[in-house]
Design a protein around this ligand. Sequence first.
Ligand code: UDX
Ligand code: UDX
Length: 451
Amino acid sequence: MKISVIGTGYVGLVTGVCLASKGHQVICIDKQAEIVNKINSKISPIYEPGLEDLLSNVIEKGKLVATTDLKSAVMNTDISIISVGTPFGDGKIDLRYIESAAKEIGNVLKQKNGYHVICVKSTVIPTTTDTLVKNILEDSSGKKTGDFGLAMNPEFLREGKAVEDFMYPDRIVIGAYDQESFETMKKVYEDFFDSPIIRVNLRTAEMIKYTANALLATLISYSNEVSVICEKVGNIDVKEVLEAVTLDKRFNPRVNNQLINPGMVSYLRAGCGFGGSCFPKDVQALSAFSNEMGYPPFMIQATLEINNAQPYRLIERLLESLGTLENKKIAVLGLSFKPETDDIRESPSLAIIKGLLAKKAKVIGVDPVAIDNTKKKFPQNDSLYYSADYKNALKDADAAILVTQWPDYIKISPQEFKDLMKVPILVDGRRVFNKSAFEAAGVQYIGVGLT
Ligand code: UDX
Ligand code: UDX
């Protein structure tokens, strides 16, 4: 099929490249010429494992091109997938990019003959597609929905695993305005035959996406809340508690007498909180939307509050141990919101750096790929510097906080911490290290949910 993808951020680019690799003819559109040029030069504007190779491959095969020219792209395709950003701002979801994309597409549809489906892939609050987007498309095209198709097809892509998640989806949710919209969207996913296709209405598709993200975020906050209780009581390790809890057969069924340890179980693990481009903004948007509908959502709100507090709890633990952080050199190991990405949006590292600077510490941020992005978030500051080399950061440090479980960092041995640091104290924000091994090597170990 001929598909245009509007907005080539994480979601749009992965969608365009993966659909092209399945044989579709794809045109990616972005307002930023710099991004378009990079894509056409086979350079991925974002760091995402496997993406650049696939991009290069589909460009060489002539299956994908990028352009800033939305009009010709829509004119020459049968489906337009909207994947512009939907940030959270001013207390609610900011839909301005969705509005402008819908308007631009509608203006083209006015002059276009033939059936065209508009599909919203961006995460949008329920009712956005069947009211706002539908109305804008109708107004700007002068046509009625039905003359053109309308769909909502949420993404479930984890950063760092986005290509794999797109190619092997857990489920394909298609919210469709009518049968023809659905049939057309189904053809897009014809080659993904192993994955269940779930047909729902437009607003249900939108709600599925929010509910999925809010559930995972809530499990993380629940684990973090339990970790605080364990710390308060003393001599209880939250890790042991949650590991035992998740052996319940409803989390961890036995198949052929083997425990299957589903990935879901990892969401019941305490840490320094969730970040990223999705969980924080989506949970906030759902909460704001629910308030607007007249229902203050207690649990969703608590999920956010626990998450906002969690990074600062790590600093409090360190303060208890060091007495003061003033002029102490603290290494923050990992800046990206999770490993295998340079994305630092809402990363717990940002709150941790802010908290440390407020306590007058000297902070050194360490990351293999996310330093440049982090630099943009903080003004030039004599107390904050960076290194791509963890050894350099740990050298003479008064403490280290592990924030992102990059493979190279979780391999650092207790002896290496001990040899490099001035005062060997490690705050394990992800509970990946072995406390006894660290203590045996003479390193003070502070773990989330463990006193
Ligand atoms: C996506 C989804 O769109 C969002 O709803 C979801 O919840 C998370 O993932 P993301 O891919 O991270 O967002 O978006 P972003 O990195 O903001 O990129 C959007 C791209 O769209 C940018 O490259 C921007 O230049 C482009 N854009 C934006 C347009 O081309 N046209 C516009 O009108 C607006
Ligand atoms: C998430 C969803 O998983 C994905 O389905 C959706 O489409 C987009 O949002 P992503 O943000 O890439 O994907 O990351 P994910 O791996 O789910 O992690 C989100 C955050 O939660 C990270 O900051 C991670 O460190 C944190 N996390 C995850 C925890 O704190 N504890 C955990 O047990 C798991």
